[in-house]
Design a protein around this ligand. Structure first.
Ligand SMILES: N[C@@H](CCC(=O)N[C@@H](CS)C(=O)NCC(=O)O)C(=O)O
Length: 216
């Protein structure tokens, strides 16, 4: 198994958590340096035409792409522990929470968007940071409202770790990177603090990866 990864990538963080939860150790980690723009090199474009991390190759392929699709693949091929609830309504809620992070929020703050704001619209760093913080807070506001539901337990959905928790952890890491205070979102903060204590999450954290700075 080969994982295309970069320490700072929040989407790869999600996949690393799932791999750890399922005790899967990739044979090879291929570093694609997003700060140097290596995701746009022809070699990686051939792997993932979206020029985004992560990508995963299991055995003789094909290349898997999009973190949520990869995590569901891992969940289907390595069912224990399950990352989705057994009931259809539970699965819909967990997938909804996950998509709120991975589809509605995260894509607005990725390097290609920040670089486009900079080069095409000439937004300075302060304006770009304001953009990122705005979309972070919009997601945190929605997540907090959802998480105040009685379906929330120790974690996002009851007391078992699900795909939603994996996404909440990535949102929490992103909030730190972009200096967004999560204190106004107490349920989100409680769950993300709880998740940070779990070894599979802690080992997968961006700042624990090779090449990461001591703090970001
Ligand atoms: N929806 C994708 C997001 C992929 C994505 O945008 N990844 C970021 C890193 S977290 C990336 O590689 N961005 C490169 C760029 O924006 O140029 C997923 O969840 O896998």
């Amino acid at each position: 198994m080969k994982l295309f990864s970069f320490w700072r990538s929040l989407a790869t963080y999600r996949v690393r958590i799932a791999l750890n939860l399922k005790n899967i150790v990739p044979d090879e980690i291929i570093d694609v340096n997003l700060i140097q723009g290596k995701q746009r090199d022809a070699a990686y474009r051939a792997v993932n035409p979206m020029m985004a991390l992560p990508a995963l190759i299991d055995g003789d392929g094909p290349v898997l792409f999009e973190s949520l699709a990869i995590i569901e693949y891992l969940d289907e091929t390595h069912p224990n522990p399950p990352l989705l609830p057994a009931d259809a309504r539970g699965r819909a809620r967990v997938r909804g929470l996950a998509l709120l992070v991975a589809a509605d929020s995260h894509p607005l703050i990725v390097p290609r968007v920040r670089e486009y704001l900079e080069h095409e619209f000439k937004l300075d760093e302060a304006a770009r940071t304001k953009w990122c913080q705005h979309w972070h807070r919009a997601a945190l506001t929605a997540l907090e409202t959802h998480l105040q539901s009685p379906e929330t337990g120790r974690y996002c959905h009851g007391d078992k770790i699900t795909l939603a928790d994996i996404c909440v952890a990535s949102q929490a890491a992103g909030a730190k990177f972009f200096n967004v205070d999560t204190a106004p979102f107490p349920t989100f903060a409680r769950i993300s603090n709880e998740l940070a204590k779990i070894d599979a999450f802690a080992r997968a954290h961006p700042l624990q990866q090779p090449g990461a700075p001591a703090a970001a």
